[in-house]
Design a protein around this ligand. Sequence first.
Ligand SMILES: Cc1cc2nc3c(=O)[nH]c(=O)nc-3n(C[C@H](O)[C@H](O)[C@H](O)COP(=O)(O)OP(=O)(O)OC[C@H]3O[C@@H](n4cnc5c(N)ncnc54)[C@H](O)[C@@H]3O)c2cc1C
Length: 589
Amino acid sequence: MTLPFAATLPRTFVAASEEQPDDPYLADPSIRKLLKFFADKGLAALKEEDRAERWYDDWLVFQAAHRIYASVLSPREYSKLGHQLDLLKLTRLLEVFAYCSPGHGYSLQVSFLGLFPILMGTNPDLKREAVAALEAGGVFALGVSEKDHGSDLLGNTFTVRESGQGHLLATGGKYYIGNSNCAAMISVLARKADPRSAERARRAPFMMFALRPAKSPAYRNVRKIRTLGVRQAFVGELQVADHACSETDIFAEGRTAWDAVFGTVTLGKFFLGFGSIGICAHALAEAATHLGARMLYGKPAVALPHLRTMMSQALARLAAMKLYAYRALDYVQAAHAGDRRYLLYCAVQKAKVSTEGVKVMALLSECIGAKGFESDTYFETALRDAQLIPGLEGSTHINLGQAAQFVPRYFAGKDGHAVAPPASLQTGQARRGENPYLMEARTGGFNTIAFSDPLTAYRPLASIPNVRHFVRQAKAFSLFVRHDAGAAMLADAEGALLMGRCAAAIAYAQLVAEHAALTQVPRPMIDSVFELFVNDLSGLALTLAAFRGLDERGRAAARKLIVVPTAATEGWDLWADRLGEFAGVPNSG
Ligand SMILES: Cc1cc2nc3c(=O)[nH]c(=O)nc-3n(C[C@H](O)[C@H](O)[C@H](O)COP(=O)(O)OP(=O)(O)OC[C@H]3O[C@@H](n4cnc5c(N)ncnc54)[C@H](O)[C@@H]3O)c2cc1C
């Protein structure tokens, strides 16, 4: 019998030749095809391509032939093949994709980023054209970042000008653009300048337009930026000089362009967390296999008490990442104009899930020994690529800053306007599929988003010692938020990031608790996860209590967050048992 939590906990993947209707992943033909492609390629070839930074034409031909990207990205309204943008199908595919090869998976992540702003825009002809290109096997790119401006989009200088007779000319450069060597269409963020007032170009309104590199002689100087991770992928610099385009290439202007960028980045970067989960699961499998086979002093190395503890902690942290991410997906699936809580949970996913992945990799690295320095392993890829994801997400700081903006409403306690927590996709209570609202979502107004009392999430778990400790900490933080010191910290740029860090830790634990209760994760295992959470939040509380400028009363309020967890011995034994399921599983080679 499959236990409900089995679908939510980390797992390994091996290629299956036949449909497996009882396995939520292997029931999907796109996932089975993907696993087969990478099993046929083998780890040795994958590592060789990674070392040579070789572009993956073979994969793109394969995915085009099997319409793999189209099967997860085509929205129902424009699909000619009967597809829809099924969020659960997409996120599971992204998880398995990164399990096989994060570098290849990047081309799908970027395709979402390139396609989605067009879907959020106002140009139906372009939507039809883009989805037709996707269903013909094409991939996409998002051209937002510029070399000199990083996160400061207001500093962007890529410009589109009128040339007369209804023509427009686009000029500028973009930097760190994935798929820029092969995209059928690039969604470019630009400023629409008035040629008569060049001095106002820096203040010109934003717009987004579609660039088709294959049809643009002005598209030039595309070069690969060599990166530490995702080395087979193409992250490029591009230049465009007087590219002729027209009003029909524009799909968003002014506020709509801003909303399209924000809406796309919110979701696209949320999806990266599922990649982190796949990366860590594969690295954990390799580490557990190695330490299970390595005999030290007459016993498997993994039986050494400290290795058993750290490996179990790595698995429990990874399990929490997955519980969080798929519960956050429930909020994304259920989102509508009257329920935009997903904006907080997406920001928290970006600030927490991939950075937890970096912690998982640090734990595994400490355990695996010299094997972790061999470079013919998936593990070596994981070490590089897990670190890259927080960078790809924009920046952890920006995401923490976003989380901080939700603090007043999230900690306001019971809110009469709040909607009940959504049903779960994993348990089958929520209807899976596309959420058309996401294509019309609008930015801003964070302070109008109502939350129900987050402490209700812990009620079904109130008998668990470390959950009770955590609730004490969460209550202490919510008092700190209402304290003068909390308000002053939110008004301070650095203080707000620290408040965002604490709030993210609490919102992360809330969704882990919700999902663990819904999927009936055994209570001792939840106790272990919350032992880690209590520890983490106590560590943050020390930083909070020592924050510059806090008076004695503020410091005393912050100290109330420091709590010593209970050792969850029974739970750690259960996590150690589950570790066995990771050992001995063949990797993709
Ligand atoms: C491998 C890779 C692939 C990428 N793919 C794409 C792509 O396909 N398309 C695309 O458009 N871009 C892409 N990017 C760009 C990515 O989104 C950038 O990381 C982003 O533009 C930010 O620039 P930056 O990393 O240089 O950081 P900067 O903006 O220069 O930031 C420097 C530091 O300042 C901090 N900081 C900046 N702003 C704030 C703030 N408001 N609050 C708090 N701290 C702040 C940052 O956290 C960071 O520590 C990619 C990047 C990489 C590494």
